[in-house]
Structures are given as structure tokens and as C-alpha cells.
Write a protein of this length. Sequence first.
Length: 288
Amino acid sequence: MIDSEISALDAREAAFDEEYETMLRGVPSEPGHRVLDVGCGRGFFTRLLSGLNPSATILGVDTDVNALENAHSVCVNQLGRDVAFLNASAYRMPIPPEFFDLVFFAYSLETLSNHERLFKEMNRVLKPGGRLVILEDDGMHRMVLPLDPRDEGIVQQALATAFERRSAGIDGLCFSRYAYRILKRNGWRNPKRYSFGFDRLSPLSRIDRRFFDIALTELWSLVGDHTPEHERARLKSMLVPGGRDYIVDRPEFSATLFTSLIMAKKDGSNFSNAASCSAIDRVPMKPR
Ligand SMILES: C[S@@+](CC[C@H](N)C(=O)[O-])C[C@H]1O[C@@H](n2cnc3c(N)ncnc32)[C@H](O)[C@@H]1O
């Protein structure tokens, strides 16, 4: 992950830690379950999943060794116990078939963009009846800001143009919206989606303020070039930290962040499954 991605994720996770924890209480993870956190990054969700289900065996998988080091110390420092992490690609994991009760991944569908390979591998490592749980946003509707409707329309139009020009297109950046289609295309039936809104009103804490500064800087970097020229300076002064009319400085500032959990169950109608294997000691879950 590049530094700007790390700081954006860190800022969001720090600001909405409690809300994410509440949200993850809805994840069907039972005592003793084996849980996989795919593309676990710096371990924010691995720690939450492990904290909510201390008797579960949790494995975080990522290709970024530095992120895994961080994830490991986050779990040791904040949970007071070890969690296993594995440096491997999510597309091909050294894990026996039908091993996990729950496969989770957060904000990774853009990075792990070969969805066909990804979901085939998730299906392979999940037990029959196991759950796939995906946490994702809709790129077009991540945040409701206190803009007047006309300005909101301009920003949305600019965002649509920015996404259309990126190689992933709108389809590839609005994962929570298209999750049903993506999953169905890849052999999963009957996914369900649960959406959550996290609200903030001023006065903001320092941590919340940092989140909005980073999120709005990111938003402007996407939409700035696609706003009509005659509106650009005015919108920039509202959306960029330090601007004369920066909306986060307004005494009545309020905003809602949206995110979704998409859940699907592996049943007989998924892909054909490989033979089952229950040998936990065959999994290379070395504590790092
Ligand atoms: C946007 S980050 C999300 C991190 C974490 N789930 C979170 O929400 O904080 C995507 C993660 O996917 C990891 N990743 C990229 N390609 C991967 C692959 N082939 N297998 C496993 N992880 C991968 C990256 O290293 C990064 O940590």
C-alpha cells in the first residue's frame, strides 16, 4: 500500500473504530470458528474480528510484509494475544480445501481485481455452509456532506466522470452496489447486503477532523479537474482543507459515511467443491 492509502485507511479506521466494531457484531462468526481475513493489511479488521470472537482461530493473509508486521503488533498490543498472519497471495493460498467457516474481506475488491480467481479461491477454502462476508463502499455514495443540492449534483457528476475515466469504471468502484452482480457472476447465490451510516456532527474531535480533512482532500483530487471551470474555485474553497469556505469549519457541519456488509453462504449450488480436509496442523499459521 502506498503512504496516502495507508493514511486514508488509518484515518477512517481511527475515526469510526466503534461503529465498525458494532457493525462487525452482525458477522456470523461463532465460538471456535475458523476465520480468514483476506487482504488484511495493517490488521484493523483482523483485530476487531478477533476481539469479538476470542475463541475463533483467525488468520490474516496479505502480500505486504510490512503491513503484516503492523497487523501482528496491533493484535498483540491491543488484544494481548497472538493472531496468526500469513504472507501469501489471496489468489492461491497454501491452505487446505474447505478449511474456514468464515471468509472476510474489507475494502479489497479494487486491489484484488481478478474477481474470478479470487472468488474461486474463497469458495475452495470455505467449508460447505460457510459464509463469505465482504465489507465495501459504493464509490459514488461514500459520504453525504452538507452541500446544497445543486453543488452536490456538480460533485456527483464530476465523480461519475472521474470514475468513468479510471480503468475500473463505475462498475469497478461501486462494489457494494454491484456486489450481487459480482458474486452471482462468480458462482455465489442469494447474497444479502446490510448498509450502515456513520454520522458525525460538529464539534468534531481531532480524530474525526483528521478523517474529514483526508477524505475531502481525496475527494477533491478526484473531482477537481472534472468540475465546470466557472465553479471550480468556489467548490475548491468549500472542499479543500484551509479553503475560505471549508465546509468542515462550519459550526453546523454534519456528515454521514456509508458502508455495507455483503454476505453470501456457500451451499451445494456454488462451484463443485474439492474433498474436505480438517487437519488444522496442515495450515502454515506461524505466528510472526
Ligand atoms: C485497500 S487495502 C485493505 C486493507 C484492510 N483490509 C483494511 O481494510 O484495512 C488492500 C490490501 O490488499 C492487499 N493485497 C493486494 N494484493 C493482494 C493479494 N494478491 N493477496 C493478498 N492481499 C493482497 C494489499 O497489500 C492491502 O493490504
